[in-house]
Design a protein around this ligand. Structure first.
Ligand SMILES: [Fe+2]
Ligand SMILES: [Fe+2]
Length: 148
């Protein structure tokens, strides 16, 4: 779901002329895909079958940058919860290999949530819902340079 979310919002941003935001979102979509394959590779390395299922459609386009990054934050927070469930399950099952493997994702989610919160803070500073044109231009340029 997360690769689709970032990809879809990236297409939305590019279409409304925010190429820097789009660049960040597209790059992040690729990063999310590597998280997906990391899990698949781990399952395969354990000698288990990894079943690939359909990915749900992304939500509707947001109505602005605030809604875009709020939605991303909520999806990341949900992802953090799902990861916590797997960690809890691994603990209860005494599956220490999986417990250890999952710690990478626990740390990654802290980074991901911080990254989105920092973007939301920058948006607030630039003027919240009504970002003035010039500030929006600078914000977009900065987003283009931000490491996904
Ligand atoms: Fe993420
Ligand atoms: Fe990341």
């Amino acid at each position: 779901m997360l690769p689709q979310l970032y990809l879809s919002y990236g297409a939305w941003a590019e279409n409304i002329g925010l190429s820097g935001v789009a660049h960040f979102l597209f790059a992040h979509s690729l990063e999310e895909r590597t998280h997906m394959t990391k899990v698949m590779d781990y399952i395969l390395s354990c000698g288990s079958a990894a079943t690939i299922t359909a990915i749900g459609a992304p939500p509707e386009n947001p109505d602005g940058l605030n809604a875009c990054f709020q939605s991303i934050f909520e999806h990341e927070a949900n992802n953090t919860k799902s990861i916590a469930k797997v960690v809890k399950m691994a603990l209860e099952e005494e599956d220490w290999a999986t417990f250890n493997f999952m710690q990478w994702f626990v740390k990654e989610q802290v980074e991901e949530e911080t990254l989105v919160m920092n973007i939301q803070n920058s948006l607030k500073i630039t003027g919240g819902a009504k970002v003035p044109g010039e500030e929006l231009y600078t914000f977009d340029k900065d987003m283009g340079k931000l490491k996904a």
